[in-house]
Each structure stands twice: as structure tokens, then as C-alpha cells.
Design a protein around this ligand. Sequence first.
Ligand SMILES: [Fe+2]
Ligand SMILES: [Fe+2]
Length: 490
Amino acid sequence: MQNTTTTLKKLFYLWRRSQVPVKPPIKISRIDNLIIFLICILISIISSYKILLTSPINISDIFSWLLTFTEILISSGVLILVSKKENPTISSRQIFLIITLLLAVQATKLTLSSTISPLSIIIPPALIISQGMGSITALAWVSIASFSWPDPAVAINHNLFFILLVCASVVSLLGGRIRSRAQLLQLSIFVPIVSFFSQWILIGKDKISLINNQDFVLANGNIFSDSFLLAIVMLFTILFIPIFESVFGLLTKARLLELADKEKPLIRRLSLEAPGTFEHTLLICGLAEEATRMIGGDIDLIKTGSLYHDVGKLHAPNWFIENQDGSKNPHDELDDPIKSAEVLQAHVDEGLKFARKNRLPKLITNFIPEHQGTLKMGYFFQKAKEKNLDINEYYFRYKGPIPQSKETAILMLADGCEAALRAMNIHASDEEALKTISNIIYSRQKDGQLDDSNLSKGEIFLIKRAFLNVWKRIRHRRIQYPTNKNNTFS
Ligand SMILES: [Fe+2]
Ligand SMILES: [Fe+2]
């Protein structure tokens, strides 16, 4: 009996999925794949060809070359896989950036390894990758760039290698968390100072290492100029990060916070032309932020994403209930449920146009269609049924896609709960509020809207608790304090 129920459930699930237009996963074109593969081959050749330059060449040299070549090729492949795992929506442009930086570093090692410190070659690119693609990708990149040296004739000082690994790992870890340009500047001063003192302690006392160029400590064996060069290169890197952001579509924390500025023209327009939507947006920000914090998601991403999720309503603010302010509802005058459904869908389509015009990053743009998913416009569908219109439910559903990430799924749930929580009586109990939240979330789940979001049952439980906490805060704010006429200053 249980097996039959499970099979039926599975069949029902497959049928439901076939009814929903699903967003195709980000595909990298064949040409892009070919170019990426060729760059990886080039990196492997650059990193290994010097082994074949020894004369006379023997079988063991060829074997050693083949081993190094394959090792680098596989490592590059693993690096791409790690970056895809950490950033499921990574684009081919961003993969180009990661491997081109690896290619550039290997080429620089070949030409300048005896004049430039390895710290200045490896740490600045690690900062770009950690800022744009996250700490894990940066750490994977650093391990390949640090362990593979194209010229076997250049010996690496062990202490310097250790300092390089530690500094590059610290930059990779901190780079992924840093939230402002000011903190980046601090890092670009802090890391060279730490590298200077650690080189002074670990290498400085060893005079041979300092003087001998072959020991790979350079800028003429001067630790100070090494660290100074590192600081200069890091400062230049920070200066160029905004260019990398726009050329490669990177979304750094600093860029996210800049976009979340409420003085941005598009947000300013929303607050002036659609004040109801703006208020709704702020409340959703609070709900979504609390829930994302609870499940350990990307808070900066959801804060910015929720700010822009309904910008499409700017195309016709008074068609949305929150902006009507008691005036006439244009939908009643229109009296056509199909046209009304089109106006609702337009807030997604127009939102995407606004996003394109304002060059919003892809991860932020995703919030616009995914917060509505393929939800049914129940009110207008019901109206169509009342009018006996023979119409398919499909025309009363948003075009989707359904949420593809935990963050966009949380926004959809917050969007659904906001109006219900706002409308609740301030004397309602926690149990009543939790029941309302649970019902809304359950209806979204049952409708298949959370199927692609990867939210676990435990996380959904935490989201409900987070929404309840925010509701308690709202209720607290709405309770009026008793005022004493004789004591207005207390
Ligand atoms: Fe919306
Ligand atoms: Fe909304």
C-alpha cells in the first residue's frame, strides 16, 4: 500500500513538473567550452614544456613532462568544477577570467620569476577571484598557482613558499567576506605588512636566501621592496576591480552594498512613484533577511535582491493594490480578468527591462521573475471562472521560472506572507501568526514552487520561525504606548 502511495506521489510530481515551464540551466556554448579547453591546454603546455628542453632528452623526461602536463590539465578541470559548484550560475565569461588569470600567472612566472616576488604574482589575482567568485574557488586557484612552477631550474625558498601559501589563503578567505572597498584597502596594507615581517623573521636572518637570486626571493633580494611591490599591485588590483565587475559580470559584496543604497535612482523612483510598493519592499527585506540569516544564506544578496524584486510595478503603479490608497481600482473598470492577468505578468517583464536598462547583475535580476515563480493569479482566475470564460489555468500563471536558489525561494515566501502578516490583528497570538505563515508556505510547496530551490524541511521550519520573529517585532512596533498628558517628556 505504501509503495503504491509513493509511486502515485512520484507520478503526480512528474506530471506537475511537466506542467511548469522550467528555466533551462545555464549552458555554456560549445565554442566557449572549446576556448576554455584550449586555454587549459595552453596552461598545461606553458607549465610543463621546460622539462623537455633538457638535453639529452630521455624517456624519463618525456614521462615526467606527460605527468606534469596531465596533472595541470586535470587541476584546471577541477578548478572549473569547484567554481561551478560554488557558483551554480557562473557564466563562461567568469570561467574565462579564472583560467586566463591562471594562464597569465604561469606566463609571468616563466618570464619574471627571477625578478618579481611570487607574492606579487599570486596574491592579487587571488583577491579578484575571491571577491568575484568566492573563497573556495580562490583557494582552489591559489593551490594550483602556488604548487605549479613552470621552470624547474628555479628553486623556491621553503619559508617564502610557506608565507605565500598563508598570505594567499588569508586573502582568499577574507576576500570572499569583505563588504566594502575601505576594508579592501585595509587588506592591501595589512597583507604586505604581515608578509614583510614574516619574511624578515623567517628569511631575513638567512643572509644567503636574501642575496642569492636563485633562491627566488627577489626585487634584488630586498624584502622591503618585495612587500612594497605587493602593496602597489594590490592597490592597483582594487582600483581595477570595478572594471572586472562590469566586464566579467562579477558580483562582489561591495557592489551588492552599493546597489542596496536607497538613494539609487531606481529605488528612489520606486519610493516616490509607488510608495506602497516601496513600503512592501522594505517589509519583505526584513522578513527575507531574518530568514536568510537563520539558514545561513547570503544576506547581502537577498537584501539587494528584495529591494529590486518589484521595480517592474513602476510601469503602472496604481494597478497594484498597495498603491491604490482607497481610490478606484482600475481592474474593476477594465473588468477583463485576462487583461488584468497580463498587467500582473507585466510587472515581471517590465522589471526585467528595468534591470537590463540599469545594468543590474544577473544574480539580482533573477529575483524579479523567480519571486513570482509560476504562481497562480488566483483572484483573477476565480473571476474568469465566475464569468464562465472557458480559459486554461496556464494563462493565469506567472511565466516563471520557479525559484532556482534558496534566496529567491525565501523571497517568494516572504512576498506571500507579507500582506497576510500586515493585515493580521495586533492582538493575534503567536500560534495564529505561525498558522498563517505555515499555510502560505505549505500552499507554495504543494504547488511545486520550491522544487528547484534546494530548501530542506529543516530550513523551511527555520524560515517559518524567522517570519514569526519579524511578525513579533512588527506587532511590538504597532502597540501604542499609553501617554500621560502631564508627563510628555518622560
Ligand atoms: Fe511581485
Ligand atoms: Fe512583492
